[in-house]
Design a protein around this ligand. Structure first.
Ligand SMILES: [Fe+2]
Length: 182
């Protein structure tokens, strides 16, 4: 399933696979219970969920067995770049998910204001599948001790709230889309 499995530390692969599976299950459950149930590409949702964090293999995060050099924040663009290198047509939509799923997405203003190590542009989820995976991802950490423990809504808000009111508002909009409440 993962195009670069051989380059990944075995523990990182376990964490990545388990985390991604949790995100997939939540994204699929949200989709099927939502008003968009008939419009979602479920096979793509599964594939993209399993690949969305692939870029962590290139970051410096030894706590989750990632021994690359890039800042953690770069895992989205790194994953997208790798997927496009493997097959830019086959993985075009998957690469987009990698790029836009960080937090609730990032605006060019977020990149500038935060001095983030990214090209200045928007990284915002647009399609249903991008939004589902981005939203579902916020409920799970990659902490090996609590991989598939779903975070309560208050903790999700607390984490996203640290990145400003814009990020929190995007979270509320995503919740409204898929859970019918803000
Ligand atoms: Fe994730």
């Amino acid at each position: 399933m993962l195009p670069f499995q051989r380059d990944i530390h075995p523990r990182c692969l376990e964490i990545l696979t388990e985390h991604s599976r949790c995100v997939w299950r939540k994204a699929e459950a949200l989709a099927r219970a939502s008003r968009y149930a008939d419009a979602v590409d479920y096979e793509f949702l599964r594939e993209a969920s399993m690949l969305h964090d692939y870029g962590i293999v290139g970051v410096d995060a030894p706590g989750i067995y990632c021994f690359g050099t890039a800042p953690y924040l770069c895992h989205g663009v790194l994953g997208a770049r790798h997927l496009r290198e493997v097959d830019g047509v086959r993985y075009a939509r998957h690469a987009r998910v990698c790029e836009v799923h960080i937090g609730t997405g990032l605006t060019s203003e977020d990149v500038v204001r935060g001095g983030l190590p990214l090209e200045v542009r928007d990284y915002l989820p647009e399609t249903l599948e991008e939004k589902l995976i981005t939203y579902a991802d916020n409920f799970f950490s990659k902490n090996p001790a609590s991989l598939c423990e779903e975070k309560p809504w208050a903790r999700v808000c607390e984490s996203i709230g640290r990145h400003g009111e814009g990020a929190l508002e995007r979270l509320r909009v995503l919740r409204g889309l898929f859970e019918g409440t803000c």
